[in-house]
Ligand binder design. Structure first.
Ligand code: FAD
Length: 693
C-alpha cells in the first residue's frame, strides 16, 4: 500500500482524538497524519471557567499539540478553503501567502466560533469565553474591576464596578458565574473598601430552568445553591441589548461593569465557504461521518451535524461527542483503507457534570444522580482524568490542592508591550517591514518615498505594486484586521517616518474622528474590488511601457518665488490642472494644483504670498523606470489627474508628466469597461490585492 496522506483541520477534542487513534492504528509507512490548527495547543474548554476564576493557571487549560501528538505532523497554520473535487486544501503559509496541499482523506474538525452578534451591543461591550485568550482577558477584567472598586470613592460607581452579568444558563454560563462569584467574594477580605453588599453576580437565562440537559431535581439544586451563594438568577429573561453600562431586558435595565456572553456561536468562515449541504450552519454528514456524497472528506465535532445511530438524534455540541466522533471517524478511515465497510456513529452518553461554585456541582453518571460536594469532587476527578497528558494532570491536581491551603491568586499580568510614537530613518533599499511579519506599528511618511512589494507565486521575490510619498500612511489594515502583513514596504529613497505603536494607533484612531475618516477613506480606496476584471487590467498595465505615456511638463515651470496673484493668472491662462515648481528648471521642488490655489485664497493668504508657502512640497512622483502598474496605483492613492515623472527619487530631475486620463483610456481600449460588480466573496482572499499591508 502506498503511503496515504490524512489531513485533519482542527486540534480540538475531535481532531486530537482522531489523530491519536489514527497513529495508534496505522503504521507510519501506511499513512502520514497532518494536523492543522490555528494555535499550537489543545484548549481544554471545560476548565476555562476555572482559569477565569483563578482556580487554575491559564497554562493549565492548554496542552501543547506537538508534545501530545509526537508522530503527527503538526502545522500551526490556518486553512482557509477546501476544494473537495480536487482533493486539495489551501492554507496560509508562514509568510501570509496561500499554499496548497493534496490529501487522500480530510477530516474537518474545526469547531465553531463565538458570535456576539446575537444581541445588539454585545460585540462592543461583552466578553466571550471560547479561547484561552478570552479567559485571560476576562480574568484580567474581573481582577482589575476589584482594584478599581477598591479606590473608588463614589458608592454607586463602586457597586457598578462590582456588578458582573453572565448571559446564558448552559454549562459554560453556570460555571463562569459560579467561578466569578467565588473569586470576587472569597477575595473581598484583601480589599478594605469592598463590602459584601457591593458585590453582585447576575446570571441571565432565557428559559425557565438552568442547565436544560440535566434532570429537573439537579437543576433545582443548582439554582438554589447558586442563589444561596449570592448569584442572582434571572430566568425567562431575554437580553435585548448590551451597552457600556449594562444590559437591557424587556422593560428593565440591569447595570453592570462586566458582561460575559456565553450564548451564540457560528460556523468558521472556512466551513461557510464550503459548498456542501449544511443544517443550522453545521456540515451535514452521512451516518459514518463522511460529508454527504463525499468519498474521503469527513466532518466531526461542533462543526458537523452527525446523527447518533443509538437514538437517531443529532449529536449535541459537546467535547464528549467530539472526542468520540474523532475516535470512530479514525476507525472508519482505517476500515476504508483496509477495504472494509465503515460503521455509523453511535455513542451512549457517559454522564453530565457541571460545577456550580462554592465546592458544589451537579452530576449524572451511569444513571446515578449526585449533587453538592461529592458531585464536585467527582467533577474534578473526571476532568483530571480526562486531561490528555500526565504532565497537565499533575499540574492541575497540584493547583487545585494549592487552593485548599492558599487563597486564589489576585495578580494579573498586563500583556501590552511598551507603546511608543517615534521617528525612524531608513536608507534607500532598506525594508521597513516584510510580508508575513506580525503587524506592530502604523507609519506616516514625513519625507521620501516607499515601495509596496508583494511576493506571489508568479513573483516569489516580490513585485512593486505601488509607491507612497510624504503625507501618506501605511500599515493600518493589518493592524485593524489583526493579521500578518500582506506586503513588504521598502524605502525607495531616504525615508523619514513617524511610527505609532498598536495601542497608540488604536486609541487615536478611535477617538480622533478626522483620522478615523481618513483611514476609512484610504481603506476603501485601497480595497481591490473596483474592477472585477482586475487580472486583465493588471496584465494590460504590465504590458504597457511607462515611457509611452510621458509627455512634457505643463508650461511654464513655476518659480517658488512667484506670488499668489501671479499663480492665479497662470491658471487663468491655461487648462492644466497643476503646475510643477522648480528654480533651476530641472530639479522638482514642488507642485501646485487648482485646489491648493483655492485653499490658499480661502485661507486669506495675501496677493504677494510666495508660491513656496502654499505649494505641495515633496509631491508624489513617478520615476522614469517605474511600471504602469505603479503609476495606476499612484493615481488611485493620491487622487491627482496628473503626476510628475522624475529621473530618480534622489536627483528629482524633471522628465515630464503622466496623465491618468491617458492611462485609463489605454486600459479601456484593451480590456473594455469594468464589469458590473458580482455578489461574490472571491475577492476576500485575493492574493493579488493592492490593499496595503
Ligand atoms: C467555556 C466552555 C465550557 C465547556 N464545557 C464543556 C463541558 O464541560 N463538557 C463538554 O463536553 N463540552 C464542553 N464545552 C464544549 C466543548 O468544548 C466543545 O464541544 C468541543 O471543544 C468541540 O470540539 P471540536 O474538536 O469540535 O472543536 P474545538 O475544540 O473548538 O477545536 C477546533 C480547533 O480548530 C481550530 N481551527 C478552526 N478553524 C481552523 C482553520 N481554518 N484552520 C486551522 N485550525 C482551525 C481552532 O483553533 C480549534 O483549536 C465547553 C465549551 C466552552 C466554550
Amino acid at each position: 500500500m502506498s503511503q496515504k496522506r490524512i489531513v485533519i483541520i482542527g486540534g480540538g477534542f475531535g481532531g486530537v482524538k482522531c489523530a491519536r487513534t489514527l497513529r495508534s492504528q496505522l503504521r507510519k509507512g501506511d499513512a502520514e497524519v497532518i494536523l492543522f490548527n490555528s494555535e499550537n495547543h489543545l484548549v481544554f474548554s471545560p476548565l476555562l471557567a476555572d482559569a477565569v476564576g483563578s482556580s487554575l493557571n491559564l497554562q493549565d487549560v492548554t496542552v501543547p499539540l506537538r508534545q501530545l501528538l509526537p508522530d503527527v505532523i503538526c502545522r500551526m497554520e490556518e486553512v482557509y478553503s477546501i476544494d473537495p473535487a480536487a482533493d486539495c486544501l489551501e492554507y496560509k503559509g508562514h509568510d501570509g501567502l496561500p499554499r496548497q496541499l493534496h490529501y487522500d482523506h480530510l477530516v474537518i474538525a474545526c469547531g465553531n466560533i463565538s458570535n456576539l452578534n446575537v444581541v445588539p451591543g454585545m460585540v462592543d461591550h461583552a466578553f466571550p469565553l471560547k479561547t484561552v485568550g478570552d479567559a485571560a482577558v476576562l480574568r484580567t477584567q474581573v481582577l482589575s474591576r476589584l482594584e478599581k472598586a477598591e479606590v473608588c470613592d463614589d458608592d454607586e460607581r463602586r457597586r457598578w464596578y462590582l456588578s458582573f452579568i453572565v448571559v446564558g444558563g448552559g454549562y459554560s454560563g453556570v460555571e463562569t458565574a459560579g467561578e466569578i462569584n467565588d473569586l470576587v467574594r472569597s477575595s473581598r477580605r484583601f480589599y478594605s473598601n469592598i463590602r459584601e453588599e457591593d458585590i453582585s453576580v447576575t446570571l441571565i437565562h432565557s428559559r425557565d430552568q438552568l442547565l436544560p440537559e440535566i434532570s429537573p431535581s439537579l437543576r433545582e439544586f443548582a439554582r438554589e445553591k447558586m442563589a444561596g451563594a449570592g448569584v442572582t438568577i434571572r430566568l425567562n429573561a431575554r437580553v435585548q441589548l448590551a451597552t457600556g453600562e449594562g444590559v437591557g431586558l424587556a422593560g428593565e435595565f440591569i447595570h453592570g461593569g462586566t458582561i460575559v456572553c456565553t450564548i451564540g456561536s457560528t460556523i468558521a468562515p472556512m466551513v461557510e465557504r464550503l459548498d456542501t449541504p449544511k443544517q443550522k450552519g453545521r456540515l451535514l454528514t452521512d451516518p459514518d461521518m463522511r460529508l454527504c456524497g463525499s468519498a474521503n472528506v469527513w466532518a466531526i465535532g461542533d462543526c458537523a451535524l452527525v446523527i447518533n445511530a443509538l437514538d437517531g438524534e443529532p449529536s449535541p455540541s459537546t467535547g464528549q461527542f467530539a472526542e468520540r466522533q474523532g475516535r470512530q471517524c479514525a476507525q472508519n478511515i482505517v476500515r476504508l483503507m483496509g477495504g472494509e465497510p465503515t460503521r455509523p456513529f453511535s455513542f451512549r452518553v457517559l454522564g453530565q457534570l457541571c460545577s456550580i461554585g462554592g465546592h458544589n456541582a451537579v452530576a449524572e453518571m451511569f444513571g446515578f444522580k449526585l449533587s453538592g460536594f461529592w458531585a464536585w469532587f467527582a467533577w474534578r476527578g473526571v476532568y483530571l482524568f480526562k486531561l490528555p497528558a500526565w504532565s497537565r494532570r499533575i499540574q492541575v491536581g497540584f493547583d487545585w490542592a494549592w487552593l485548599v491551603l492558599f487563597p486564589r491568586d489576585l495578580s494579573y499580568l498586563k500583556t501590552e508591550v511598551t507603546d511608543r510614537v517615534m521617528h525612524a530613518h531608513y536608507e534607500a533599499g532598506y525594508y521597513i517591514f516584510k510580508q508575513g511579519e506580525v503587524a506592530m506599528n502604523f507609519y506616516v511618511i514625513e519625507q521620501g518615498e516607499v515601495e509596496i512589494c508583494r511576493a506571489s507565486a508568479e513573483h516569489p521575490d516580490g513585485e512593486i505594486i505601488a509607491t507612497l510619498g510624504p503625507g501618506s500612511f501605511f500599515g493600518e489594515q493589518a493592524l485593524m484586521d489583526n493579521r500578518p502583513r500582506s506586503a513588504s514596504i521598502r524605502a525607495r529613497s531616504t525615508v523619514e517616518v513617524i511610527v505609532m505603536g498598536q495601542n497608540v494607533f488604536t486609541s487615536i484612531s478611535k477617538t480622533l474622528a478626522p483620522l478615523r475618516s481618513a483611514l476609512m477613506a484610504t481603506i476603501t480606496r485601497r480595497t481591490p474590488n473596483v474592477w472585477q476584471e482586475r487580472p486583465r487590467v493588471r496584465a494590460a498595465l504590465k504590458e504597457f511601457d511607462l515611457a509611452d505615456f510621458i509627455e512634457p511638463a505643463p508650461e511654464p515651470l513655476l518659480l517658488p518665488t512667484e506670488t499668489l496673484i501671479e499663480v492665479t493668472r497662470r491658471f487663468g491662462e491655461s487648462d492644466e490642472p497643476l503646475f510643477l515648481v522648480s528654480t533651476d528648471g530641472d530639479r522638482l521642488e514642488g507642485m501646485v494644483t487648482l485646489t491648493d490655489l483655492l485653499r490658499a485664497q480661502a485661507n486669506g493668504l495675501g496677493r504677494e504670498t510666495p508660491l513656496s508657502e502654499f505649494m505641495i512640497r515633496q509631491p508624489a512622483t513617478l520615476s522614469a523606470t517605474d511600471t504602469c502598474l505603479i503609476a495606476a496605483a499612484a493615481f488611485r492613492e493620491h487622487g491627482h489627474k496628473l503626476l510628475p515623472v522624475v529621473r530618480d527619487g534622489e536627483s528629482l530631475g524633471i522628465v515630464g508628466v503622466i496623465r491618468a486620463r491617458k492611462l485609463i483610456a489605454r486600459v479601456m481600449q484593451v480590456v473594455g469597461p469594468p464589469a458590473k460588480p458580482a455578489a461574490t466573496s472571491a475577492t476576500v482572499h485575493d492574493s493579488s490585492s493592492e490593499a496595503v499591508v
